[in-house]
Every structure is written in structure tokens, then in C-alpha cells.
Design a protein around this ligand. Structure first.
Ligand code: UD1
Length: 419
């Protein structure tokens, strides 16, 4: 079990570069299953989740190799296997993204209900309903086994999502690539990762438009070729460093941060009293001694991202007044707040709301990360807390942050990773 020893209370100062986006690259990797030709992905972060997705693809018949640091070669020739590994699928939520490509190319998929972060129930009913609407036959067996088949191939249809699910939108975009005719997705998710997936698939020869709006249209094509693609920078990692700068009253310039992908956060940081400078290739935050309390409500993009909810809550523990944080996307995503209280935070949970009463300072303590973003929130809170803290179960952070402790150390944080 790894832990991070943090000697906090020191402002973070300097610049840092964000890596490629975890939530984009995993989908591009899954999409590479759709073509027999080679795909080369650049700016790929070396994360545990990326390694797991690589293993999953390799099991399915993909030839995968790192051809340079951050450059991944993927090629899935004929003979694609349609059995997803039970162990790997249960370990990672994004594993469900192989479903669409397998159905499209192999016309069959034998997969398992996916696992992932412990942030509440994560059903896949929207994925399955939409795939059925394209003609897939879904059989659910005991033990979380799913067998889907589309003998004769999928057929385009009009699909309306009850909720703009990111994963369901992506799975359907990939499944519909070879479907006969036109597929229209209404109330589609609008996240930047959806736009990236459309760009990548179109580079491979797909015919998709509308990503980034509520309606995505996919015209079926016969086959796809290979392509080279650079992964977009990680907006959640960028947000994490901006919030780390803000909570430590430091000045942090985040290279690769895209203001257009983080508008909700930048707006809220300014409302809290931080100064934001937007440059051509960076966003800089200057923290304030006086943090204004905020009202935050997580929403699908372009609303405030649920993945930054734990991190902004960490900042609000030091606000001059009481803040209200409402989590509408994953209502159970407040487990980390109990750990924040060990650092001296005053937080009370009522249903889907966290009531955060600002305190003058946080004090170092031993805390435990239960999931990826909750764990990151504990690290930035510990960076602001006086004295020594230990954040255990750091493995959760390795799933989604590349060289996290090195990067915060480069900003002047005194940290030491153990094991
Ligand atoms: C993705 C991100 C995750 C982010 C989330 C919301 C990846 C690998 N993960 O997760 O980091 O927090 O988007 O921005 O990209 N739902 C259903 N039925 C379904 C699918 C979803 O009820 O079939 C519900 C979920 O339980 C949740 C909400 O819809 O309450 C949002 O889920 P979704 O947008 O699908 O998130 P993910 O794609 O799993």
C-alpha cells in the first residue's frame, strides 16, 4: 500500500504541464478495435487505467507497443476475439467501452459488468437500451455476464438518452460506425472527450457530426483505416493543479490547460477571489488569502464537472463562510469528506448536498484515499494544512494522474512517496 507524506502549509509556486486526458485516451484505445489498420496515439499518459486497457485490448487480439515515450502503436488485424477479460473488466469502468467496437466489428461481445471507482452505483442500462435500438440482442447471464450479438450487423436508428451519459454516448457512436443507414443520438453528452472521439473516428474514415451539441449523427460506413492522433490535454488534471494553487494561496501556471474546456471551474475560482490569467498555451491561477464561499452544482458538461467536485470542496473548507455543494451526477460521491474532517474541515452531508462551513486553517493528519478524485482532494487539502499529513491508498491516484507527486514537488511541495 503506497502513501504520500506531505509537509503542508507552503504555497505552490511555478509551472506544470498537464498530461494527455485519461478519459479521452481510454475511448480512443477502444475505438482502435474498429479498424484492421494501425493506429498511433501520441501524448498518451502512462497510467494504471491505460495499462489495464492495453491488457484488455491485447487479450482481444490487439498488437500493442510503446514506440516512443507517450506514443502507442495499436493494431487489431483479422481474428478479433470477442471475450472481454472478467478480471480487467471488473477493475475498470471504462472497460465497458469495448462493447460498441466489438459489436460493430465482430458482431458479438461477451463482456462483464464493469467496476471502477467507488462513487456510487454505475448502471449501464442506457448503453444496453441504445444498442438494442440498433438491433443488438442482449442476454444477461448470472454473475454479471453479458452476451450481445448483432447477426447481420446493426441498423441505424434514432436514440434519445434519458440522461446525457458520457459512456453511453461514446459506446453508441462506436457501435453505429458500420450500422446500416443513419443513427441519431438525441440528448447526447457534450463533453470535450466526445468531440475528441468524433475527431478520431472521422480521421479513421467514419462519418459523424454534431459532437459537442445535443444531437450527434452517425452515417454508417463500410470500413475504417488507420490514423495517427494526439490525445487532448487532461482538463481534470489541469483543474486539479489550478485548485492546488488556489488552496495553498500560491501561483501556478498550468501549461496545456484549455480555458475553453474548464470554463465552469475558472468562473468559480474567480468568484472565490482567485485571479486567473489565460495565455495562449496556459492558464495561471493566483490564490487569494480570502476565499469567498460558493454554491456549486455538478452538472453534465458544460456545467461544473463532477470529477472536480471533491477538489473544489477541499478549497471551500477554507472559505470565509458556508458553501453548498450539490452533487447531481454521482449522488454518493462524498465519502472523501469524512477524511477531510480529519484535517479539521467542517462538512455536513445532507442527501446530495455537502454543507461546508469554512475554517481558518487545516491541520495535518492521517487520511485514506477511497477513490481517484476524492484522493486528489485529500492531497491538495494536505498541501494547505499545517504540519505533516499522510495520504494512504495512493494507488487510486495512479489510475488517473501521471507522476502526480513529482509534479506537485516541482511546484515546491514537500512530499515523499513511500512504497
Ligand atoms: C465518465 C467519466 C467520469 C465522469 C463521468 C461524468 C470516463 C472513463 N469516466 O464516466 O470520470 O465522472 O463521465 O462526467 O470517462 N448512468 C445510468 N445508466 C447508464 C449510464 C450512466 O444511470 O447506462 C448514470 C450514472 O450512474 C451516473 C450518470 O449517469 O449517475 C453519469 O454517468 P456517465 O455520464 O455515463 O459517466 P461515465 O461515462 O461512467
Amino acid at each position: 500500500m503506497s502513501e504520500l507524506l506531505i509537509y503542508g502549509g507552503k504555497p505552490l509556486i511555478g509551472s506544470v504541464k498537464v498530461s494527455g486526458a485519461k478519459n479521452s485516451v481510454l475511448k480512443l484505445m477502444a475505438a482502435s478495435l474498429l479498424t484492421k489498420e494501425p493506429c498511433i496515439l501520441k501524448n498518451v499518459p502512462n497510467l494504471i487505467d491505460v495499462q489495464k486497457m492495453l491488457s484488455l485490448l491485447t487479450d482481444l487480439g490487439t498488437e500493442a507497443k510503446w514506440i516512443a515515450p507517450g506514443s502507442l502503436y495499436l493494431c487489431t488485424p483479422n481474428g478479433l476475439n470477442y471475450y472481454g477479460s472478467e478480471r480487467l473488466m471488473r477493475e475498470m469502468r471504462a472497460s465497458i467501452l469495448i462493447l460498441g467496437p466489438l459489436l460493430a466489428r465482430a458482431k458479438k461481445a461477451h463482456v462483464y459488468y464493469p467496476g471502477g471507482c467507488a462513487i456510487g452505483p454505475r448502471p449501464i442500462d442506457l448503453h444496453l437500451k441504445a444498442l438494442e435500438a440498433l438491433g443488438a440482442k442482449v442476454e444477461q447471464e448470472q454473475g454479471g455476464v453479458l452476451f450481445l450479438q448483432a447477426n447481420g450487423g446493426l441498423r441505424g436508428n434514432r436514440i434519445y438518452f434519458d440522461f446525457p451519459s458520457v459512456g453511453a454516448t461514446e459506446n453508441l457512436m462506436m457501435a453505429a460506425v458500420f450500422a446500416k443507414g443513419r443513427t441519431t443520438i438525441e440528448n447526447a453528452a457534450k463533453e470535450p472527450e466526445i468531440v475528441e472521439l468524433q475527431k478520431f473516428l472521422n480521421n479513421l474514415g467514419a462519418n459523424i457530426h454534431g459532437a459537442g451539441t445535443d444531437t450527434i449523427v452517425i452515417e454508417g460506413v463500410k470500413e475504417l483505416k488507420g490514423a495517427e492522433y494526439t490525445v487532448v490535454s487532461d482538463r481534470i488534471e489541469a483543474g486539479t493543479f489550478l485548485l492546488a494553487g488556489a488552496i495553498t494561496q500560491g501561483t501556478v501556471k498550468v501549461y496545456g490547460a484549455r480555458a475553453d474546456h474548464n470554463e465552469a471551474l475558472l468562473y468559480k475560482l474567480q468568484e472565490a477571489g482567485c485571479k486567473i490569467d489565460i495565455g495562449p498555451s496556459y492558464v495561471e491561477v493566483k490564490g487569494s488569502k480570502h476565499i469567498e464561499p460558493l454554491r456549486i452544482r455538478t452538472m453534465p458538461y458544460p456545467g461544473f464537472p463532477t470529477d472536480l467536485q471533491p477538489l473544489i470542496t477541499a478549497l471551500l473548507t477554507l472559505a470565509e463562510g458556508t458553501s453548498l455543494v450539490t452533487e447531481t451526477v454521482f449522488p454518493d460521491r462524498f465519502k472523501y469528506t469524512h477524511e477531510l474532517t480529519r484535517l479539521g474541515a467542517k462538512i455536513c452531508i445532507e442527501g446530495e448536498c455537502a454543507i461546508v462551513k469554512g475554517v481558518a486553517k487545516l491541520k495535518g493528519a492521517k487520511v485514506e484515499a477511497f477513490d481517484l478524485r476524492g484522493g486528489a482532494a485529500l492531497v491538495i487539502a494536505a498541501l494547505a494544512a499545517s504540519g505533516e499529513s499522510r495520504v494512504s491508498q495512493l494507488e487510486h491516484l495512479d489510475r488517473g494522474y501521471e507522476k502526480f507527486s513529482e509534479k506537485i514537488a516541482s511546484l515546491g511541495a514537500i512530499v515523499e512517496r513511500q512504497n
